[in-house]
Design a protein around this ligand. Structure first.
Ligand code: SAM
Length: 304
C-alpha cells in the first residue's frame, strides 16, 4: 500500500450527507445513533486490536460505516484480516459497500456486509457462513439489545476471543460488576460465565448524531474458560435467572420454585457449599455453577 491513509473516516458532515442522500432518518427503535467523531471510532478500533493475520472482526450494527472504516484502518497492517459487518436495516446494509469503496478503496475486499438480525445469527452454514470463525467483536451496539447480542455471540461463536462494545453507561456498569456491587445482576453473572469484562472508557453523548439522551461507556472483554462444573450453560443460567428473579430474597426463597420447594432449594444450595441465607447478589459465577451441578447430582442420587 502507498503512504496514503488506508481509510478516510466519517466526520459529522459526511454522516449527515450520506444519510440525506439515501433518505435515512435515524430510527430510535433500532438504536440508530451514528458516531460522527473519528477519534471515538479510532479509540474503539485500537482497543479491539491489535489484530492478527486472518482475524475476522465481527461488527454488529455498522450503520453508515463510521466504525467499520476505523476497524479496516486498524486491521490494514494484519495480512488478510477482515471485517464482517451485520446490519439489520436493509437500506444501511445496501449502502455500506459503496461507502467503503469510496473511502477505503484499497481495503474494500476485506469487508463482507450481511443483512441480518444479530439476535438470530448462527454459526452457519447459510448466509452467515463468513462468520463461522470470528475472533473479535467490535461494535457500537443498539442499546435496547446490547446484552442479549453479546451473550448470543459468545454462545454461538466459540472462536471469539475478545471484544469491545459501546453500550449505555448503566448497562456497561452492570456488565462489568462483580458480586456485592449494587448493580451486579443477571447480565454481570451471565457475561462472567463466558468472559472477563472490564470498563474501557466513557464516551460523551456529543459524538453521536442524533445526540442520545443517555451516556455511553466502552466495555472490553476477554473470553475465559467457564467455571468447572458438570452443569450446562443453560442449567447455570436458569439458576442465575431464578436467583435474581426475586431480588433481595435469600437463595432458599428465591430458588424455591426452581428447586421445587424451599426445603429442596436449601438442600441443593447446602450441597453446593453455599449458605441458603445468602442472596444471589453475593454469588460468584462458580457458585451459581456449583448450585446447578448440585441439583443434577441430587436428582441422580449422587449426593445425600
Ligand atoms: N456502528 C454505527 C456507528 O457507530 O455509527 C451505528 C451504531 S447504531 C448505535 C446501531 C446500529 O445497529 C444501527 O445501524 C442499527 O440499524 C443496527 N441494529 C439495530 N438492531 C440490530 C440487530 N438486531 N442486528 C443488527 N443490527 C442492528
Amino acid at each position: 500500500m502507498s503512504g496514503a491513509a488506508p481509510a478516510r473516516l466519517l466526520g459529522a458532515g459526511d454522516v449527515r450527507a450520506i444519510a440525506a442522500r439515501i433518505g435515512v432518518r435515524p430510527a430510535k427503535r433500532l438504536g440508530q445513533n451514528f458516531v460522527v467523531e473519528p477519534g471515538t471510532v479510532r479509540q474503539i478500533a485500537a482497543l479491539a486490536g491489535p489484530f492478527a493475520p486472518n482475524d475476522v472482526i465481527l461488527e454488529i450494527g455498522p450503520g453508515l460505516g463510521s466504525l467499520t472504516l476505523a476497524l479496516l484502518e486498524a486491521a490494514a497492517p494484519a495480512p488478510a484480516a477482515r471485517v464482517v459487518a451485520v446490519e439489520i436495516d436493509p437500506v444501511l446494509a445496501a449502502e455500506l459497500p459503496k461507502t467503503i469503496a469510496d473511502r477505503a478503496p484499497g481495503l474494500a475486499d476485506r469487508v463482507s456486509v450481511l443483512r441480518a438480525d444479530a439476535l438470530t445469527l448462527t454459526a452457519g452454514p447459510g448466509p452467515e457462513a463468513p462468520l463461522i470463525h470470528p475472533q473479535v467483536i467490535a461494535a457500537n451496539l443498539p442499546y435496547n439489545v446490547a446484552v442479549p447480542v453479546v451473550l448470543r455471540l459468545l454462545a454461538v461463536f466459540p472462536s471469539l476471543r475478545s471484544g469491545v462494545v459501546m453500550v449505555q453507561a448503566e448497562v456497561a456498569d452492570r456488565m462489568c460488576a462483580g458480586p456485592g456491587s449494587r448493580v451486579y445482576g443477571v447480565p454481570s453473572a451471565k457475561l462472567a460465565w463466558h468472559a472477563q469484562a472490564r470498563p474501557a472508557g466513557t464516551v460523551p453523548r456529543t459524538v453521536f448524531w442524533p445526540v442520545p439522551n443517555v451516556d455511553s461507556k466502552l466495555v472490553a472483554f476477554t473470553r475465559h474458560d467457564p467455571p468447572v462444573a458438570a452443569a450446562s450453560r443453560t442449567e447455570v443460567f436458569s439458576v442465575i435467572d431464578a436467583a435474581f428473579g426475586q431480588r433481595r430474597k435469600t437463595l432458599r426463597a428465591a430458588l424455591s420454585t426452581w428447586a421445587g420447594s424451599p426445603d429442596a432449594a436449601e438442600r441443593i444450595v447446602r450441597a453446593a457449599g453455599v449458605s441458603p441465607g445468602a442472596r444471589g447478589e453475593s454469588l460468584e459465577i462458580a457458585e451459581f455453577a456449583r448450585i446447578a451441578q448440585a441439583k443434577a447430582s441430587l436428582a441422580e442420587g449422587r449426593l445425600q
